[in-house]
Structure formats: C-alpha cells, structure tokens
Design a protein around this ligand. Structure first.
Ligand SMILES: [Ca+2]
Ligand SMILES: [Ca+2]
Length: 447
C-alpha cells in the first residue's frame, strides 16, 4: 500500500517530524505486512512486526543499524523485553513505525499500549484509510526503561485494511506492543472512568486580536454559542478589555441566561518593572460562565516575548451544582524575539505552582503556543495536569492554521485528581476563518 501524500495522517507525521527538525518525505517504495497478511484487529500488534518496506516507508529510525540486535535486521532498534518478547528502544524524536492491519468491523475500540519510560513521553497513534484519526498519547513516568505500564486510548475505527502508525514525539519511551479490543468486550477498561455528576461543556478560543470592533466581539461570542453541546463556560485569548461588557451582553442575548465574567490583561513590552506591570493594557484573557463566579484572581508570568513583557493567567472559581470548580486560562509566549520555549516552560512551572494554592477540581485552558511534545511533558503541564485531548479527543486535534505548519496548540487540561472527568473533546471547525485558531470544546463530568 502507498500512503496518500495528502492524507491528514501523513501531514501530521510531517509536522511532527518538522518540529524535531527531521524531515520525512513521501516515499514510493512498497509497504507490505510483515507476515504477508495484515494483522487482525481486534488483536495484538507486537512492536517488532512493523511492515516491510524500509526507511521512510515502513519506519523512520535515526541511527544506523539495530542497536539492540534482536528480531530483525533493519535500522529499527529492538531489544529483549522484561514485558515479554521484544520492545522498540532507543527511540528518538520523530521516529515512527507503520503496521498494516485489518479492522474486522467498524466501531468503538480500546488500544492498550504497553510502554516504559523513565521520564514520561508523548506519542502519536494513528490510523489512515476508513478510520483517519491521529491522536496524541501522553505516557507517564513508569519508573524505568523496563518498568512496564499500560496506557489506554479509546478510538473509533473504520473497517478494512489500513495502516496503524506509532510516532515517538520526543523519544524517551520503550514500546512493546498494542492490544486492540472492542470497547465493552471486557478485556480492557478505557479511561477515564465515567461517573455520575454534573455535565459541564466548556470552550476555549483565541479570537484574534487584530479587530477591536464590537462587531468582532459579538461575532466571536455568537460563534462560541453555536458549538454543540453549547458551552456553559468559555475562555478567550487575544481579547480586548474594552469589549468585556460587550462579550457578556452578547452571550446573554444569545442564550437568555445571566453570564458572569472576569478579565486579566497581559503586560505590554517595557512595562514590567521587575515586580509588577506599571501600565494597564488593552489585550488579555477572559473567563465567562453561566455558573456564578464565587471568587477570582490573576497572576503574571514575567518572561518576555515579542509582544509582551509578562503574560497573564486568570482564575475563576465557579459553583456547579454546589461543587466549586476552578477554571483557569492563559496565553503563552510565541515569536522569535526571545527563547520562547524556555519562557513557556518557566510560565507553566509558575502556573502549576500558582494553581496548587486552590481547591480542586481544576480545569485549565488556553493558547499554549506549542505542540504536545512540549506541553504534555513534566517540564510542561504534567504531572499536575492532564491534556484532555489525549484522553478523549476525537477528529483532528489541529487548532491553529497559521499557513504552515498546522498545529495543535490550544488545550483543555484537567487536574490529575480527575474530579473533573473529561468525556469528550473536539476542535470546532464552524468558526471558519474568523480567527487563525479554532475553538476547542470539551465536555466534563464534575464529580
Ligand atoms: Ca537504529
Ligand atoms: Ca532508534
């Protein structure tokens, strides 16, 4: 089988590889199943049974030869595994593997990945063809290179022959096998645990700062209220403090409900004096809710980029059926004026520290301006916060469409205690080109 160059999955591979400064190119060589027959799903796909076809077709490996020396004579690095059989080790950022599989029937499946990592890592799992999904998977620190754990990924698969692709976003993980079972078949329990509680639909959107008109403010709120299920809480970035009351009045006219809101502004370039922002500014982040806001606070992350001297984070405690939920939002650094990756890591460290002062459950959203290989790491939001997309996201996760690359940079997180259980998440495409971002909607059950 040849990979369609224009498939979303291949594009995702190219994007992920580009982030790691490794270039993959579409290859013309033939991809064939290792055993000669596509692997059956449901079933177990052993890591060493990746397809035949060589570098750039069946796999991408960055070191010459098989570092572990086991199982196969290719550049893929295979060793004997304490988890049984073999595992793929020596993974580096951007390496990937293809497995031709045959899905017996379409429907809900659970993928159980057997993995080991001494640091935590991020992977992608994808299927092309009739399925066409490409999903980020967060791997926790399992305690060592041969300390094995199961990470479960719920997916809806289409029927027929297609390719399973495993991508190692940042290396840092050993991979043994994937056990694919039909959901409800009893062999694997997909997280998160569903539970009784109050459903809360939330949306985050970078609405694009380049238009300060009230028309833009109203259209942005109308767009958010068009998302199904309609959000009870919205958080926005690149918003105008001057439009605060306009945002609220439009939300109220759209829904017929009372909306509560809070707003915090970033600090403009040159206005951070080492301890505080000396001048109020126009641009910031907002939280709006149909549930009453009990109290709120904000903080600033004083790590400059091209556009700001400090970035705001905002918190609102809302009452959901008597349960207090902390909602937080921020918008992290970008551009090429400073080391923005370090600025984001410093900001996320402060965000986690700041959030620890407040009660749980906590849900956090915003434009984090980086892919999961930076955000879903312990230097990023782990282990305090989990990316809900990696748990329950469906469809394409790309949330920003700057011309190239297209990126997943907008997030909804939940605190690791899972008092707010994510049950679904989607990128809403109905916003069209009103911003260079798409809203990300997540539904939680508040326990
Ligand atoms: Ca190698
Ligand atoms: Ca390798």
């Amino acid at each position: 089988m040849r990979r369609n160059v224009f498939s979303p999955m291949f594009f995702a591979l190219a994007v992920a590889a580009a982030a790691a400064t490794i270039t993959t190119t579409p290859a013309a060589a033939t991809l064939t199943p290792y055993s000669g027959t596509p692997a059956a799903i449901p079933g177990t796909i052993k890591s060493e049974t990746f397809d035949n076809g060589g570098e750039g077709v069946a796999y991408h490996d960055t070191s010459s030869g098989n570092n572990g020396g086991k199982a196969r004579s290719t550049d893929v690095d295979i060793e004997s595994s304490a988890d049984g059989g073999y595992d793929i080790g020596w993974t580096t950022p951007g390496e990937w593997l293809n497995y031709t599989v045959k899905v017996a029937t379409s429907g809900a499946y659970s993928l159980a990945l057997r993995v080991a990592s001494p640091t935590g890592a991020t992977m992608h799992v994808g299927f092309n063809g009739s399925t066409d999904v490409w999903k980020t998977v967060s791997i926790p620190n399992t305690g060592g290179w041969q300390k094995w754990a199961t990470v479960t990924v719920p997916l809806t698969l289409g029927a027929g022959i297609q390719q399973l692709t495993i991508l190692f976003d940042n290396g840092a993980v050993n991979y043994n096998r994937t056990i694919v079972s039909q959901s409800g078949s009893g062999t694997v329990t997909p997280p998160p645990p569903t539970t009784s509680g109050t459903t809360l639909s939330v949306a985050t959107w970078n609405i694009k700062i380049n238009d300060s008109s009230s028309t833009h403010a109203r259209v942005a709120m109308d767009t958010l209220m068009a998302i199904g299920p309609r959000p009870d809480v919205v958080v926005i970035q690149e918003a105008w403090s001057s439009m605060f009351s306009t945002y609220i009045s439009e939300l109220e006219s759209q829904t017929g409900k009372t909306w509560y809101g809070v707003f915090a502004t970033h600090c403009a370039p040159g206005d951070w004096n080492g301890s505080k922002c000396t001048t109020a500014w126009s641009q910031g982040v907002g939280i709006f809710s149909t549930h009453p806001i009990l109290n709120s606070s904000s903080t600033l992350f004083p790590y400059a980029d091209c556009w700001t001297s400090a970035r705001a984070a905002l918190r609102a405690a809302i009452s959901v059926n008597g349960r207090t939920v902390q909602v937080m939002t921020t918008h992290l650094q970008t551009g090429s004026c400073t080391d923005v990756a370090t600025a984001r890591y410093n900001s996320m460290s402060k965000l986690k520290s700041w959030a620890s002062n407040y009660s749980k459950p906590q849900i956090v959203a915003g434009d984090f301006n980086a892919d999961p290989n930076q955000i879903d790491t312990t230097a990023g939001m782990l282990p305090a916060f989990r990316d809900t997309w990696s748990m329950v996201g469906s469809g394409s996760g790309f949330s920003a469409f700057v011309s190239t690359p297209t990126m997943k940079i907008d997030y909804w997180f939940t605190d690791a205690g899972l008092g707010a259980v994510p049950v679904s998440s989607q990128v809403y495409r109905g916003s069209g080109s009103r911003s260079d971002h798409y809203p990300v909607q997540t539904t939680f059950v508040i326990k």
